[in-house]
Design a protein around this ligand. Structure first.
Ligand code: ZN
Length: 304
């Protein structure tokens, strides 16, 4: 009888180690024993002991178990309770369920069910009058980071126009890239032969958008099948190019080009390593916005 118990225990352990007991369609991060105590067994970390109790960096708090975005730093406030407190959540990120104690309301990650803490209202601590009381150990933090991307797709006025309106964009500027002289002027680039291509520099916030979203937009606001021209603008400086700043951008661009080719587009877009971006003359910056006009050679067309 004893042996049977040992064998059963062994198999239970094996099943646990292999993760059969959980939803195997999703891969979750490995948790330490300490983390499991709170996240899976609904425990509570000691007050004032957590990493994010007094944390004030700008960014987003994500689920320790599945990385889903849960809270924005702008909604964090100091409640003095000893645990990170938020008076709002990222839409649809948090599930509210009656606690087993029959009194409180538990909050869990809507994506993976990880235990986060409890939610309280009516304390009048902030105008929203809500306090998500969250265990630091249930969270990870992603700082707001800026990254750059460079897109060339014909007249830079039009490309800049569309990126400027996009969510998560910090700034967009027009200029020249890929050529062989220093400090090129618009006149020199137009004459041809400098090798420069009209390019838009996009600075974006990585906690609000990502390169793939921007690259998809790029392909949908110009015609990537045209060679050395874009609409009425003819010349090498109007070529379609993504100047990638790292390998990740290059791989995402390759993936999107493949997707378009599968849909029948003969993509002419070149992928080139970014080099120095020469900002164009002031009168080219935000041209359409400053002149109250709309692009003549770029329009949005869904392709993906
Ligand atoms: Zn989660």
């Amino acid at each position: 009888m004893k042996y049977i118990k040992v064998i059963i225990l062994f198999f239970l352990l094996l099943i646990d180690t292999l993760g059969f007991g959980e939803d195997s369609s999703m891969k979750y991060n490995e948790l330490t024993l300490e983390e499991k105590k709170v996240i899976l067994d609904k425990g509570t970390e000691r007050p004032f002991s957590g990493k994010y109790n007094h944390y004030k960096e700008a960014g987003i708090y994500i689920c320790k178990r599945c990385n889903a975005p849960l809270y924005r730093s702008g909604d964090k406030f100091d409640s003095g309770c000893g645990w990170p407190s938020f008076d709002d959540e990222i839409p649809k990120a948090i599930k509210h369920i009656p606690d087993a104690d029959g009194i409180r309301t538990e909050i869990v990650c809507a994506n993976c069910g990880a235990h986060l803490g409890h939610i309280f209202s009516g304390e009048n601590l902030t105008p929203k009058n809500i306090r998500h009381c969250v265990n630091s150990i249930s969270l990870n933090f992603k700082a707001n980071k800026q990254e750059k991307a460079y897109f060339a797709g014909g007249c830079f006025w039009g490309v800049e126009y569309y990126f400027q309106k996009e969510d998560g964009i910090i700034s967009a500027a027009v200029g020249y890239m890929g050529g062989n002289i220093e400090n090129p002027t618009y006149k020199e680039v137009c004459k041809g032969g400098t090798g420069h291509i009209e390019t838009t520099e996009v600075v974006y916030n990585t906690s609000k958008t990502d390169f793939e979203k921007l690259a998809r937009l790029f392909f949908e606001i110009h015609d990537p099948t045209q060679i050395n021209r874009q609409g009425p603008d003819i010349g090498e400086q109007y070529s379609s190019v993504i100047f990638y700043v790292n390998n990740e951008q290059k791989q995402i661009s390759e993936k999107l080009i493949k997707l378009l080719e599968q849909k029948g587009y003969k993509v002419a877009t070149k992928l080139m390593k970014a080099d120095k971006f020469w900002k164009a003359e002031d009168y080219h910056q935000q041209y359409y916005q400053n002149n109250g006009k709309t692009p003549y050679c770029h329009f949005y067309q869904k392709k993906f």
